[in-house]
Design a protein. Sequence first.
Length: 276
Amino acid sequence: MKQNTFDGEVILHHVTNDTHSFLYELALFGINISITKHVVMLWIVAAFTIALSLYATRSYRNNIKSSPKGISHLYEILIEFIKSDIVIPNIGKEKYKSWTPLIATFFLFILLANFLGMIPFFEKIPGVAGSSTITGNMGVTLALSSITFFSIIIAGTLKHGFIGHWKNMIPSGVPAPVLIILVPVEIMGMFIKPIALFLRLGANMTAGHIGIVAIFGIPMILSQTYSTEIAFSIGIISVVLNVAIYFLEILVCLVQAYVFSLLSAVFIGMAIHAHH
């Protein structure tokens, strides 16, 4: 009889996007663009984000002076929070109307993606391995941080002009010899900002899922060495721990959506209000 094992490969199976397990294999000009579970999750989150936004703002589109009710009221509270606590303090009252939609989209998209990853649904789809959140996929977080990267350049260019934006990266009055060191440092800093964004979001979301799977795996590991009674007792403890961690992960979902949106607003605001 084959004995069940629980090791690192099992954990990775549950928290990574298996690129060898497709719902539909597809290639374009020799490039593999097959549909994996994370692609499906992206579609679901994008569709839900658009649908929620359209539904919540339907009364405003009919009558701008109408009083929001139900979901529309909650949506208004969320947007007002993003505008008042994230966008205006970091980007300013002059430009907040231009950048609130982007920051709000970041917050809502990442929040919904994080929550979707907490539902163990995709594990049950035939041919699709793993059930991790898409915000634990570094490709997805890199795409999100790339939007922030180009938004920084656009915001600085619109405010100071193309040349002015790049000149603002270098403090005025710096001696020429210092520029030899300072220019490469500033260029590196320009790329470090989006790198920090995508690594922070991806690592934090992946870590939580690894923790949940690893704790659930403790009884399986012990059952290979100790008696079933001991493994069962530890299993009860692991379930209690995972319930606590699950609620903690819900908080992490909120915090990570907030942090990504906040840092994006901070970086865009730095480009707009550059003073050298």
